[in-house]
Design a protein around this ligand. Structure first.
Ligand code: BEZ
Length: 392
């Protein structure tokens, strides 16, 4: 067979195409791998709205940065943890072992144990809500951070407020699990230091909302005030039932701010006037918060709440740490050191990260006015969790 003659022009074109392919290949080889982010959050159940707001906040921060953090494109993987402690280990392992994520962002419910798996596997974990004191206490680790709060923090701040108001006898009511117990413990510590006495601690299992018999017990106890921790759908029902039982008029109700955050549309007039403590308020009015609120509202056609802020700040914290280690997550000590040095420019106001990797932050006193948790003042300035501190 005769060879097919090759003219000069196709040869040049072929060589050009080869060199183009080679340089595209080189560029691809140089592009850092995508960063796999595993979101383990509740998308169903009483905390579903909290999980959605956290994801929205996180995605907002990533999209404000062009879909990348420290030059790495972000790829998302998601698991609905249903706020079910029994499924926690399986769920977190889906993200770590099946999806091979680089980073875990989760979760909301303090009993959904992600921290142990993260600690054992060494996977970076940023907790965007769950306040379990142990996460930044006995469980603290170089690869575990929180962008939210410890359950003790808002409870302690409210204990001081209620004591200063001169109340002496308080009944507490909450769900019986880590978040409720620790919130009440924080409240009691400060309230009793301030001269008050917690005379009864009432509780019901999570996520039950059959409050009637406990409300009857509160009425019979005739305390000066009630302190509570509820959140999400349960908080909506509790506030409505408290008012329907006629207690709102006679026994002032105070709570950790989750009682009225992200819930006001559903609670309506029954929440009006309630005082709560939290690390965010709807009316901070700072340029930083205004810009965040506008951007969030434009993107999601929703008003942000504390959960959206915590998700956004989880994104910021990841960005700061990744930037410090130039995208190399194996440098855990450097990642942690960078965060512990940082001032995080949060919509809630600037905060820092303690030696236990928990926010050191102002806790605000807020009052429900219409559809807002309006800022009344700072209940506790720069409040740090009493966690022992981690060795890096
Ligand atoms: C928690 O379980 O830690 C929690 C859940 C909802 C709001 C705040 C705390």
């Amino acid at each position: 067979m005769k060879p097919i003659p090759m003219t000069r022009r196709p040869l040049v074109a072929a060589l050009a195409a080869i060199s183009l392919l080679a340089s595209a290949g080189a560029a691809l080889a140089q592009a850092p791998a995508k960063l796999k982010v595993g979101l383990m959050l509740p998308y169903t159940g009483t905390f579903a709205a909290l999980g959605i707001a956290i994801e929205n906040g996180f995605r907002l921060y990533v999209s404000e940065n062009g879909g990348k953090l420290a030059g790495r494109e972000i790829e998302f993987f998601k698991v609905d943890d249903e706020s079910d402690p029994a499924k926690a280990t399986d769920n977190v392992n889906k993200l770590i072992k099946r999806d091979n994520v680089d980073v875990l962002i989760g979760t909301v419910h303090s009993g959904v144990a992600m921290a142990k798996v993260a600690k054992d596997s060494g996977t970076l974990l940023i907790v965007p809500n769950a306040g379990a004191d142990a996460v930044t206490g006995p469980m603290c680790a170089v690869n575990i951070f929180r962008s939210s709060f410890s359950n003790w923090q808002p409870g302690y701040a409210m204990g001081e407020v209620v004591a200063k108001k001169g109340h002496k006898k308080v009944v507490t009511i909450t769900w019986k699990y880590a978040a409720g117990d620790e919130s009440v413990r924080g409240f009691k510590e400060a309230f009793e230091k301030g001269g008050g006495k917690v005379v009864k601690e009432l509780s019901l299992p999570f996520p039950n909302v059959e409050f009637q018999s406990l409300l009857t017990e509160i009425a019979a106890s005739k305390p000066d005030a009630v302190y509570t921790f509820f959140a999400g759908g349960g908080a909506v029902k509790f506030v409505k039932d408290y008012a329907a039982a006629g207690l709102k008029k006679s026994i002032p109700l105070y709570g950790a701010g989750f009682l009225t955050d992200g819930t006001l549309d559903a609670q309506g007039a029954d929440a009006e006037g309630l005082l709560t403590t939290l690390h965010y308020a709807d009316s901070l009015g700072t340029p930083r918060d205004n810009a965040f609120r506008l951007s969030y509202a434009k993107t999601f056609k929703l008003q942000p709440d504390v959960y959206a802020v915590q998700g956004y700040d989880a994104g910021q914290m990841l960005g700061i740490g990744l930037g410090a280690v130039k995208g190399d997550l194996s440098k855990k000590a450097e990642f942690a050191a960078a965060l512990q040095k940082a001032k995080i420019n949060s919509p809630r106001g600037p905060f820092s990260i303690s030696k236990s990797n928990n926010p050191v932050q102002d806790i605000y006193l807020r009052q429900v006015t219409g559809k807002e948790n309006k800022l009344i003042g700072i209940a506790s300035k720069g409040l740090s969790d009493p966690g022992r501190g981690c060795r890096l």
